[in-house]
Design a protein around this ligand. Sequence first.
Ligand code: DX5
Ligand code: ZN
Length: 224
Amino acid sequence: MSAPLICPSILASDFARLGEEVRAIEAAGADWVHVDVMDGHFVPNLTIGPDVVKALRPHSSLPFDVHLMTAPVDNWLEAYREAGADILSIHPESGPHTHRTLGRIRQLGAKAGLVLNPATPVAILEEVVEAVDVVLIMSVNPGYGGQKFIDASTRKIERVRAILDRVGSPAHLQVDGGVTVDTIGACVSAGADALVAGTAVFKGGPGAYAPNIAALKAAGSRAA
Ligand code: DX5
Ligand code: ZN
């Protein structure tokens, strides 16, 4: 089976050199650039605004995978799309009308992602499965990089994979949080095809990005 997609989270990069960091991960074999947007309200951290995404856009031709951790979220969709987001992923807890929000993302010409927190029931996916291009399963509680993978997430990945397969959905199944060479295998075996990794990609500095990504792909491929 083919290697899983690796989506480095630039939350773990050197913010003083963001443009170079994005160029470096593309050269190192990354598939998507994962951008964690935090508002200091929905999650207890404050990160990347649309102007930063816009400034980074010319530095890479990879898809920009923007994970929106803001509440409300609807008022930000257009700004991040205009800034260059290709995928916009939203948490159902961040607004009252999840189906409408997903539809709006597609209307803007982006791919729509639904994010499930560790405590968010999988059942919500059944109601909106036709409206999603990506299901993002959080394997940590959102807010910070460098947290430990929650082992119960693998069972959740299996349950989401079963729903997508049953309805014949081509949506990507992405996992985010604590993904390393030690945890990626269980994620892929359970049915994930796209993995976000912050610490595991950026540790060791620019010279290590290519071997870090290659090691994740190899460990994921072995499990596929
Ligand atoms: C957590 C973010 C993740 C995080 C991943 O709120 O959504 O993308 O940065 O970082 P690692 O891979 O270090 O857990
Ligand atoms: Zn994320």
